[in-house]
Design a protein around this ligand. Structure first.
Ligand code: SF4
Length: 315
């Protein structure tokens, strides 16, 4: 059966309607074997870039997909390289991005950042309109536990590559930090990660938790207190931060249904009691709405520095 390179579009909070490109053929080829990977453990490890598909094949598949979507009146916000594996292992990535620019649709690459120490990888990524960098930790030992990198990788070189890339990249840089219970959710670990990310000046830093079946069954979601702490520390360091958890709603905002509005909002931004009260007031609603959401376990109440906060119940 012929491999299908283009999929979607899939709704994504980060990228809107995103037409995905799987530029790494199966089985998953990656430089990491993250404990939370939803594609399972990595069997094919690599840090060497290689040719996988002819550039023209990718372009013609994208062209066909866009034609069909246009006929149906659908629009795409991003063409995104989000393969089953690490997209920068594709040595043609830069050429593919350049060739896809003719469609006048923004191009995104979601990378695990492990090859950013390579000049050619940084050069290719610079051609994209948005690059998402995975930064789960800046602690070498924790990196080994959570991302389980290929032995030959140097963490120091990766962090240096990330810094260089962020200083050179002229388009939208975002980061993604996935928190796993008892692995990278300690206060100091989170603060060190926040300090490092703040130096990169990302447009948005996303904090995620494992919500889909992870590669290792024992992987668990951190307590809401830890997620709230991470959100607070990130924002303390001046980083625009959002949570991604509990699936993707596609849209986020005030749709007129106060219960959904609150659940959707606290899924992304934990809110203080005062903020919730203001929101309820605007919607001419009462605190009973919150009582209902709390009793249905849709939201959790957490105390932080003497103030009550509300956060989505991720479990
Ligand atoms: S970097 Fe991505 S594809 Fe690779 S193992 Fe981690 S989660 Fe899976």
């Amino acid at each position: 059966m012929e491999e299908k390179i283009v999929f979607g579009p899939v709704p994504s909070r980060r990228l809107g309607q995103s037409l995905g490109i799987n530029n790494i053929p199966p089985p998953k080829l990656c430089s990491y074997s993250c404990i939370y990977c939803q594609i399972g453990r990595t069997v094919n490890f690599s840090t060497e870039r290689a040719i996988f598909y002819p550039v023209e094949k990718i372009v013609s598949e994208v062209s066909l997909a866009i034609k069909k979507l246009t006929e149906r009146g659908e629009e795409i916000d991003y063409i995104s390289f989000v393969p089953d594996g690490e997209p920068t292992l594709d040595i043609n990535l830069g050429k593919e991005i350049e060739a896809l620019k003719k469609f006048n649709i923004r191009i995104a690459v979601i990378t695990n950042s492990s090859l950013l120490w390579k000049v050619d990888v940084r050069g290719d990524l610079k051609k994209a309109d948005l690059v998402s960098l995975k930064i789960d930790t800046v602690d070498r030992e924790i990196w080994k536990k959570i991302n389980r990198p290929k032995n030959s990788l140097s963490f120091e070189k990766i962090l240096e590559g990330i810094k260089i890339f962020s200083s050179e990249f002229g388009s939208t840089l975002i980061t993604e930090t996935l928190m796993v219970k008892d692995i990278n959710d300690g206060n100091k670990v989170i603060e060190d990660t926040a300090i490092f990310i703040s130096g990169l000046k990302p447009a948005i830093a996303y904090i995620g938790i494992p919500t889909r079946p992870p590669s290792e069954q024992w992987v668990d979601t951190p307590e809401e207190e830890k997620v709230l702490y991470a959100y607070k520390i990130f924002t303390h360091y001046g980083i625009k931060t959002e949570l991604i958890a509990g699936g993707c709603t596609g849209t986020f905002g005030f749709a007129g249904d106060i219960e959904n509005d609150i659940v959707n909002t606290v899924s992304v931004h934990p809110m203080s009691k005062k903020q919730i009260e203001e929101l309820l007031k605007k919607a001419s609603s009462e605190w009973t709405v919150m009582e209902k959401l709390l009793s249905e376990k849709k939201v959790n109440e957490i105390e932080y520095k003497g103030e009550k906060y509300y956060i989505r119940n991720f479990k």
